[in-house]
Design a protein around this ligand. Structure first.
Ligand SMILES: NC(=O)c1ccc[n+]([C@@H]2O[C@H](COP(=O)([O-])OP(=O)(O)OC[C@H]3O[C@@H](n4cnc5c(N)ncnc54)[C@H](O)[C@@H]3O)[C@@H](O)[C@H]2O)c1
Length: 262
């Protein structure tokens, strides 16, 4: 028997999410845009930061359905910690205290080990790792006052599978898992949860236009236990569950959404 992809209406609605405030970095396109749209569809007031203003415009055009709050776009480069902190503060000032943080912005551009110089290394760490830490620091005081919160970091299967060609990105993604565990311990007494989602290969528009060929698609399908491709909505549903009170006693963990690849 083939189980068809479920219709939108069959997925969970989380009452605990309604009217909460979320901050999503890198929310203009790709997975981040799916997170913004999915959270807003649950009644979350979402602020998102990105350097891609055109992408943000496209996202805003397709969100804000009747009864769902319109997301708020704050232009910011997450490599600039002051800009990032200002974006977090702007979202809190406009929408209210932030109880959900999704650290999503990244850049997976390929690079040769031999060609990496100090500037490339520093930039790669700034765009893929450093902002997670500073965004977490920027939201924790507000979450403490609220009595808790949910922080969701984005790792990557590339730190676990046999990937080559992007060592700086993979080093950053591996570090996010360690940071998740220690900050979950540190912030747990304040009921602030810190989790890490590890996506497999997710077919965003960028991945489709950059890397997808009949051969790569077939190879990944065969590497997975489930032979359907992972789509952005599959990862967004994990974000929703981790953001909601349904996962109240889950923290410090990796949550793998890879179709059973690892
Ligand atoms: N797509 C996948 O297959 C996959 C697999 C494993 C992990 N991930 C992780 O999931 C997350 C999202 O992946 P994606 O494929 O949607 O990425 P993407 O590259 O398609 O999108 C990243 C978003 O971050 C934004 N961004 C980039 N640099 C920025 C900066 N300096 N300041 C602010 N915003 C910036 C981009 O404009 C874009 O909107 C990332 O953390 C990525 O590492 C993705």
């Amino acid at each position: 028997m083939t189980i068809a992809p479920q219709a939108e209406a069959r997925y969970a609605v989380y009452p605990s999410l309604r009217d909460r405030v979320a901050f999503v970095s890198g929310g203009s396109t790709g997975l981040g845009a799916e997170f913004v749209a999915s959270l807003a569809a649950q009644g979350v007031r979402v602020g998102f930061a990105d350097i891609d203003a055109a992408g943000a415009e496209r996202l805003l055009e397709r969100t804000g359905a009747a009864g769902c709050p319109k997301p708020l776009f704050v232009p910011a480069d997450v490599r600039d910690v002051q800009q990032l902190e200002a974006a977090v503060a702007a979202v809190a000032a406009e929408l209210g205290p932030i109880s959900i943080l999704v650290n999503n912005a990244a850049n997976d551009e390929r690079h040769d080990t031999a060609a990496v110089d100090e500037a490339f290394w520093d930039n790669g760490i700034a765009v893929n790792l450093r902002h997670h830490f500073f965004a977490i620091r920027a939201v924790t005081a507000g979450m403490r006052e609220l009595g808790g919160g949910s922080i969701i970091n984005l790792g990557s299967i590339s730190a676990h599978a046999d990937f080559v060609g992007l060592p700086v990105y993979i080093a950053a993604k591996a570090a996010i898992e360690g940071m998740t565990r220690t900050l979950a311990r540190e912030l747990g007494p304040d009921r602030i949860r810190v989790n890490c989602i590890i996506p497999g290969w997710v077919l965003t528009e960028k991945q489709l236009s950059t890397w997808a060929t009949p051969e790569t698609l077939a190879k990944v399908r065969q590497s997975q236990s489930l032979h359907d491709h992972v789509m952005p909505a599959d990862v967004a549903r994990m974000v929703l569950w981790l953001a909601a009170d349904d996962s109240a006693m889950c923290t410090g963990q990796n949550w793998i959404v890879d179709g059973g690849w690892m």
